[in-house]
Design a protein around this ligand. Structure first.
Ligand code: NAI
Length: 427
């Protein structure tokens, strides 16, 4: 067993933290009908009996409900964070009280501690992995390849993790099956679009106490997340500018009525910059040099490499905390460029961040839960590599949600099913 301390061993007033963490989890649970429906099933059937699940995710109240769901379904679970700043210590401590759960997640860890905590999770010899960003899959392949034979499979939550996994798969280096949970309609069309849009904008507004109305909000990357950020910023009366490298996405943004231009031009006019590309070096030294005094710089992509903070530090003559979660970089001519949440994904890493709305994460985690069930029940059916989530699993989650919302919808008639499956019907 690992020597790395659990969250309970790291906190001074662990009892108070547990109580507060449990309160946050209970609130979230009241708004998670999908996980609640699956809990009834899993408590009855105990599908994960004998399984050990290793998780690296943003440890806050919604995730905690997924973790408990898996544990209540019979699994032994170990979890740590997937970002040094996104853990809620009180929630982590509340999770750690469950007899089947060990939590190593702590906010504010340094790089060494971050990877040591992942090693500690890997030390339970997981049979299933659940990742957000792929750091656990990477740690297992690099440091503990001896575990791969007993792992039935993994699930990946986010776009960047799926990109990394596909690159690994293309290199022939991915040695067990992993579901691309991110790519399902129930995740991508809601979590990435609405979740990232709402929570990033809300967090930036709360962290700065500033308004969007009348401002130029530059959204870098018009993928699923960027669409949400742009739409919601526009809804708050911002003038939205989009930067892109993919011509069809640039055209789509243009046809939505947004200004589209290169970052070098956007840098001269933007008031608020939000990067959501999953790429590196999206805002660089040349851009900082053109920016106006007082701009806000926030990243909502997975890693903290979208805004080149090393270059900004080099340019700055002074650097200080302007507010909680806001670091001001003062340039030689007096201009101040304000970076939120150290350039880490703002909607989870800012001090007041709560992540996506509960309802949205209920959907994403519903997909995670049925994917873990699928791996445990039918893991043999999947070869090593990245797999799309079977569509019937995604539909199952959608149907649970619609039933919980009291929304009824139509079914195809036999004639319609036959028509849709036929190539012989023409004019
Ligand atoms: P996506 O692949 O749908 O969109 C990314 C877009 O960025 C693409 O249109 C691409 O052409 C564009 N892009 C790439 N390099 C660029 C550059 N240098 N300049 C301008 N545009 C560029 O990906 P998605 O789903 O929108 O995710 C984006 C990032 O957000 C990923 O890192 C993902 O993991 C992360 N994410 C963050 C969440 C959060 O809670 N903050 C939630 C979900 C995803």
């Amino acid at each position: 067993m690992s020597q790395y301390p659990t969250i309970s061993e790291q906190l001074d007033d662990v009892e108070t933290a547990r109580t507060e963490g449990r309160r946050k989890m209970e609130w979230a649970r009241q708004h998670m009908p999908i996980l609640n429906a699956l809990r009834e099933e899993f408590e009855r059937d105990r599908p994960f009996e004998g399984q050990r699940i290793g998780m690296a995710m943003h440890v806050e109240a919604k995730t905690a409900n997924l973790v408990e769901l898996l544990a209540d379904g019979g699994a032994e679970v170990a979890i740590t964070g997937c970002n040094p700043l996104s853990t809620h210590d009180d929630v982590s401590a509340a999770l750690d009280t469950h007899e089947n759960i060990t939590s190593y997640a702590k906010r504010g860890v340094d790089d060494d501690e971050y990877y040591e905590a992942i090693e500690a999770v890997v030390d339970i010899d997981p049979t299933v992995t659940v990742d957000d960003g792929m750091d656990m899959v990477a740690a297992i392949h690099e440091d503990r390849p001896d575990l791969i034979d007993t792992i039935v499979g993994g699930c990946e939550e986010t776009t960047t993790g799926v990109h990394r996994l596909r690159a690994m798969d293309a290199d022939g280096a991915l040695e067990y099956p992993v579901f691309a949970v991110n790519d399902t309609p129930m995740k991508r069309l809601f979590d990435n679009v609405h979740g990232t849009g709402e929570s990033s904008l809300a967090t930036i507004a709360m962290t700065t106490n500033l308004s969007y109305a009348g401002k130029n909000v530059v959204v870098a990357g018009y993928g699923d997340c960027g669409r949400g950020v742009a739409k919601k910023a526009s809804g708050q009366n911002a003038n939205v500018i989009v930067t892109e490298v993919e011509p069809r996405h640039a055209l789509e943004a243009h046809m939505e009525g947004y200004d589209v231009m290169p970052m070098a031009e956007a840098a001269e006019v933007g008031d608020v910059f939000i990067t959501v590309t999953g790429n590196r070096d999206v805002i660089t030294r040349e851009d900082f040099e053109r920016m106006n005094d007082g701009v806000l710089l926030a990243n909502a992509g997975h890693f903290d490499i979208e805004i080149d903070l090393d270059a900004l530090s080099d340019l700055a003559v002074d650097q200080y905390e302007a507010r909680d979660g806001v670091e001001a970089y003062e340039l030689e001519d007096g201009r101040r460029l304000n970076v939120l949440a150290e350039g880490r994904l703002v909607n989870l890493a800012s001090p007041i961040a709560l992540g996506h709305p509960v309802e949205v994460m209920d959907q994403s985690f519903g997909v995670q839960a049925v994917c873990v069930r699928e791996l445990v029940e039918n893991g043999d059916a999947y070869d090593a590599g990245v797999h799309d989530v079977p569509d019937e699993l995604d539909r199952e989650v959608a149907e649970i949600k619609l039933a919980a919302e009291g929304v009824e919808f139509d079914s195809l008639t036999d004639a319609q099913t036959e028509y849709m499956g036929s190539w012989q019907h023409g004019t």
